[in-house]
Design a protein around this ligand. Structure first.
Ligand code: FAD
Length: 526
């Protein structure tokens, strides 16, 4: 077969990922005068975790009392690992950019007093509107064009990326002055809503270029869904009662997911019914969350009066916290020219040891997207006119080091990785021995994808996703091994208590030799 053709483009800023973080980054970079290319694995406007969801966001006008009250309410749950300065910055930027949406004509709904309600962004409408804004800003969009590896110049600065177009197989290569990674989190192809494009690709690309990560132990969020359904939207379950097969109530264990996990991990089914919602709420839920009711309507179940079995789907770092470590307020990373935003970056600054879902994460995507776009545009200006030779730095799943002749089957490697991260007894409830066992398996899988090429006929994009998932799982578990305590969403069944001596962040990284170590400055991101 002939080699696939190559599309080569030049830009000041390349943004990888077109969810909220990536689209805000592209807009901010274009506002700063940069020529911008935005490449997404899917179709910008419909891809990623926000597109099919309703996301509550922080929309708090500059009233210090109100903002302080929200921080005070969140603070205990961050368990010593958040950063107040970042929380304030994210609130301010989120408020300003949401107002920018309104000024650009976004049709916010009005509340019962006739005032626009801006603290909730309906995913499909929001992301369709963001695509339009990106287009108006003059950004060139590459849809269905996953980035696969970064390009570095001779001075070790990030100078573009290369990927592949899904439909044609064509290779694309963008030579840029700087890159923003906004590829979202990693949900390990668990089929959670909007998450099957989120395989940790950006984390692997960043690590290959020399970046590190933080908070990867906070990666065990599972979303509640009717059994067999992908719809992990949690809102309707606020009004649920949970029962065993015989109808007796399930013992409450922490939050709703905890209650369900506690039964499922014993190999027993668990049922829910949304019987705590009154008539008015039922109507409102159906209207405001229509896709939650599709599975029930298809099965002919009235979820307000009839019990239905439920399950948990891994969302990993998507509604978790860990990701690429930022080294400054401009969302720079350890590698010059590389910026990170949204779920691809660690959200410990706003969530600490807990999930930042329910407002903070959506606002973080907006704020860090805008900051990273501005930072990248500034960096690119400093590189203009330089002759930059570039070389690609992708490794496992992409460029085998040739030690093994036989190819690997990407789907088999994905399944083997999932066997280490999806089961509740491995990832929801962690233990030192379990983590060690999983790390042993994952190290072996890493060697396989590092040494071999995908089997002829194997999907090259899936091969790279497999490598990214293994890398992400290894950073998660190496970090969880070091955090020998239960703190937030790092639940160690063998260490149920929180250890005051571990009130610091954990950084991680490495490819062949994965490492995790305590951060030297407790609580601070840099
Ligand atoms: C069901 C659900 C409900 C949620 N509700 C809330 C809420 O109410 N409030 C809240 O604050 N947060 C919520 N969240 C979290 C919120 O959705 C995320 O924080 C937010 O989407 C992050 O934006 P992002 O742009 O970083 O990532 P995403 O929106 O996930 O976008 C990432 C993009 O990167 C693309 N991509 C992936 N790999 C590549 C690659 N290799 N090359 C190019 N592109 C790539 C993907 O196709 C995708 O378009 C929810 C999440 C889920 C799953």
């Amino acid at each position: 077969m002939a080699d696939p053709s190559t599309l080569t483009l030049d830009a000041d800023v390349l943004v990888l990922g077109g969810g909220p973080a990536g689209t805000w980054a592209a807009i901010a970079a274009a506002e700063a005068g940069a020529k911008v290319v935005l490449a997404d694995k899917g179709y910008v406007g419909t891809s990623g975790a926000t597109a099919p969801s309703n996301t509550g966001a922080w929309y708090l006008p500059p009233d210090p009392g109100r903002r302080e009250a929200v921080i005070a309410q969140r603070w205990p749950g961050t368990l010593g690992l958040a950063d107040r300065g970042w929380m304030e910055r994210v609130m301010e930027l989120s408020w300003r950019r949401i107002d920018q949406l309104a000024d650009s004509g976004y049709p916010f709904p009005v509340d019962e007093t006739g005032r626009p309600y801006r603290a909730n962004l309906r995913g499909p409408d929001y992301m369709r509107f963001m695509r339009q804004l990106v287009g108006k800003a003059g950004v060139r969009i590459l849809d269905h064009a996953p980035g696969l590896e970064l390009l570095l110049d001779g001075d070790g600065r990030v100078a573009g990326a290369a990927g592949r177009r899904r439909n044609s197989g064509e290779i694309w290569r963008v030579r840029s002055g700087a890159v923003v990674i906004a590829t979202g989190g990693c949900a390990f192809l668990s089929r959670a809503l909007g998450c099957n494009v989120l395989t940790g690709d950006g984390l692997l690309m960043a690590a290959e270029a020399g970046a590190d990560l933080s908070g990867m132990e906070f990666s065990s969020v599972y979303g509640l869904a009717p059994l067999g359904s992908a719809v992990t939207k949690g809102l309707p379950f606020f009004w649920a009662s949970f029962t065993h097969e015989d109808g007796t109530p399930a013992e409450t264990q922490g939050d709703r997911a905890g209650t369900v996990a506690g039964v499922l991990v014993q190999g027993r089914p668990v049922y829910a019914v949304l019987d705590r919602a009154d008539e008015a709420l039922r109507g409102w839920l159906r209207k405001s969350q229509p896709n939650c009711f599709l599975p029930f309507d298809r099965a002919g179940i009235d979820p307000f009066t009839q019990r239905f079995p439920v399950s948990l789907r891994l969302e990993g770092t998507v509604r978790g916290t860990g990701g690429i470590r930022l080294t400054g307020e401009d969302c720079a990373t350890l590698v010059p020219g590389l910026y990170a935003a949204g779920d691809a970056a660690t959200r410990e600054d706003i969530g600490g040891a807990n999930t930042g879902a329910g407002g903070p994460n959506a606002s973080w995507a907006i704020a860090t997207g805008a900051l990273a776009g501005q930072g990248a545009a500034r960096f690119a200006r400093g590189t203009a006119g330089r002759d930059r030779r570039r070389f690609a730095v992708g490794t496992a799943g992409l460029r085998p080091d040739g030690r093994e002749a036989a190819g690997f089957a990407p789907d088999e490697v994905v399944r083997a990785t999932q066997a280490e991260v999806l089961p509740l007894e491995r990832n929801y409830y962690r233990s030192g021995a379990g983590l060690d066992a999983s790390l042993g398996v994952l190290d072996g899988l890493w060697r396989e994808v590092r040494d071999r090429a995908p089997r002829p006929g194997g999907d090259p994009i899936r091969a790279r996703e497999a490598a990214a998932m293994i890398a992400t799982a290894r950073w998660m578990y190496a970090s969880a091994r070091l955090r020998a305590e239960t703190r937030g969403i790092n639940r160690r069944a063998d260490r149920p208590d929180t250890d005051a001596a571990l009130a610091h962040r954990i950084h991680s990284g490495g490819l062949d030799a994965v490492w995790a170590r305590p951060a030297t400055s407790p609580g601070a991101s840099a």
